[in-house]
Design a protein around this ligand. Structure first.
Ligand code: ZN
Ligand code: ZN
Ligand code: ZN
Length: 173
């Protein structure tokens, strides 16, 4: 897979590359059939098929749909999706900031007052500090918080929105 990724990153015509890849692997994976193996063997075969499907078919499709490395593409989708999932409030000097001793990934992860009051962390062991200015609210950043990354105001209306948008495209293939 890593080799393919390298190749796809470098290639000029991603679409062409992905089509070739699919033409090569779809028949191999989906036409294996057989069915004469004993039950346990069959199950293992199914698992392998599923894994192969995931690695060889779905990952390339993600590449194709997102036009690049999947994780980066998804991040772009999230940013460009226009959903107000991130607060990003920039602190002024002297503004109170709140962190949660239980849930913050590190001590620099902070919430603005509005997000803090609308978050689960107000019931946790929190820490209030005064901003020196310039930092921003980490509400909505899943990597900044072990639990409760979003306050009530910044919880996406539908957590599964992203996958639901991609699925119909996948079904088309
Ligand atoms: Zn905020
Ligand atoms: Zn918030
Ligand atoms: Zn907390």
């Amino acid at each position: 897979m890593a080799a393919s990724c390298q190749r796809w990153l470098a290639c000029a015509d991603l679409q062409q590359e992905v089509y070739c890849h699919l033409a090569e692997y779809v028949p191999r994976i989906l036409c294996q059939g057989g069915g004469m193996a004993e039950h346990r063997e069959e199950q293992r075969e199914e698992q392998r098929e599923e894994l192969a499907l995931q690695l060889l078919l779905l990952a390339p499709l993600e590449w194709f749909l997102l036009g690049g490395e999947p994780a980066a593409g998804l991040a772009l989708l999230q940013q460009g999706g226009g959903s107000a999932a991130l607060c990003g409030h920039v602190f002024k000097v002297g503004e109170p900031t709140y962190s949660c001793r239980e849930c913050a990934a590190d001590p620099t992860c902070v919430l603005c007052m509005q997000c803090f009051l609308a978050s689960a962390h107000r019931h946790h062991r929190y820490r209030m500090t005064t901003s020196g200015g310039g930092g921003f609210c980490d509400c909505g950043d899943a990597e900044a918080w072990k639990t409760g990354p979003s306050c009530q105001n910044h919880t996406p209306a539908d957590q599964n929105r992203e996958t639901e948008e991609v699925r119909p495209l996948l079904a088309w293939f």
